[in-house]
Design a binder for this molecule. Structure first.
Ligand code: NAD
Length: 265
């Protein structure tokens, strides 16, 4: 299926690895020009080089910056096809907050989580949504987490910050921009095979004395698909949400979790 977005410009955050990279790969494969943002220059350069080699006709640019800072966002937004904010597609993503016990989290810890997983996406929506609406086309996809629908106790920072973003998006997606060709959706990953998942499993292994593979196997058993997802299939869903065909889908929370969420709705 031709997704109808060839030649558009996309900003993909947290894009040198994992789910963000999966989204960038899928968009580039559709002929979308992509600006990738990530903190580490080395992984970012490698990702940019791979994407350029795979799709020579498409512009692929990298910005090494922390997207949770005003300077990082300014750097990312300044690289587009026109002055300032001419992105047609924005994929919001940053590292998730650490697990822990809420009794140990002070205001500073909370502000960091809110900055990364709630206020940064809101700032990027603010910076781009009106331009999209004026041009009559826009797609914003926020990578959140399956934990928004099925919270995990140890992920309190993530549960709180991402639920705040989800509430904000529910409102703004239904604002007048909805009639101007702009859709805003959240894409909720379950367990995907990425560095973050590996780190989480290694941490659990250290605590429990079990091997990381034994913990992974146990986790897979709890997923109806009996496997972890891969970033490419996540990216494909993201690209579809950015497509012309998905123009009537907005304000939604789309789970990609192999059936792990047990509810009917
Ligand atoms: P990852 O660690 O594999 O990759 C994260 C990417 O984001 C890297 O490219 C990193 O450089 C970049 N990044 C992190 N913080 C950044 C920042 N402040 N500024 C710019 N770039 C930044 O992680 P992932 O597994 O791809 O996860 C992506 C998001 O999805 C995270 O918020 C994570 O919590 C969430 N999530 C992941 C899973 C999973 O199973 N992988 C499940 C639920 C939620």
């Amino acid at each position: 299926m031709d997704l109808g977005i060839k030649g558009k410009w996309a900003l993909v955050c947290g894009a040198s690895k994992g789910l963000g990279l999966g989204c960038a790969q899928a968009l580039v494969a559709e002929g979308v020009n992509v600006v990738l943002v990530a903190r580490g220059a080395r992984d970012l350069e490698a990702a940019v080089a791979d994407l350029r080699a795979a799709s020579p006709g498409v512009a692929v640019l990298g910005v090494a910056a922390d997207i949770t800072t005003p300077e990082g966002r300014a750097a990312a937004l300044s690289v587009a096809n026109g002055p300032g904010t001419a992105f047609d597609i924005v994929v919001n993503n940053a590292g998730g907050p650490p697990p822990g016990d809420f009794r140990a989290w002070d205001r500073e810890v909370w502000i960091k989580a809110l900055d990364a997983n709630m206020l940064t996406p809101i700032e990027l929506i603010k910076a781009t949504v009106d331009g999209m609406a004026q041009r009559g086309f826009g797609r914003i996809v926020n990578i959140t987490s399956g934990a928004v629908k099925a919270p995990m106790e140890v992920l309190g920072l993530s549960n709180g910050a991402r639920s705040g973003l989800t509430g904000f998006v529910a409102g703004v997606a239904r604002s007048p921009v909805a009639a101007q060709g702009v859709t805003i959706n959240n894409l909720l990953p379950g367990a995907f095979e990425t560095d973050r998942l590996k780190t989480t499993l290694a941490g659990l292994a250290q605590k429990s004395g079990q091997s990381a593979e034994a913990i992974a196997e146990n986790r897979r058993k709890g997923i109806p698909a009996r496997r972890f997802g891969n970033p490419q299939e996540f990216g494909a869903v993201c690209a579809f949400l950015c497509s012309v065909q998905a123009g009537y889908i907005t304000g939604q929370n789309v789970l990609a979790d192999g059936g792990a969420y047990p509810g009917t709705f």
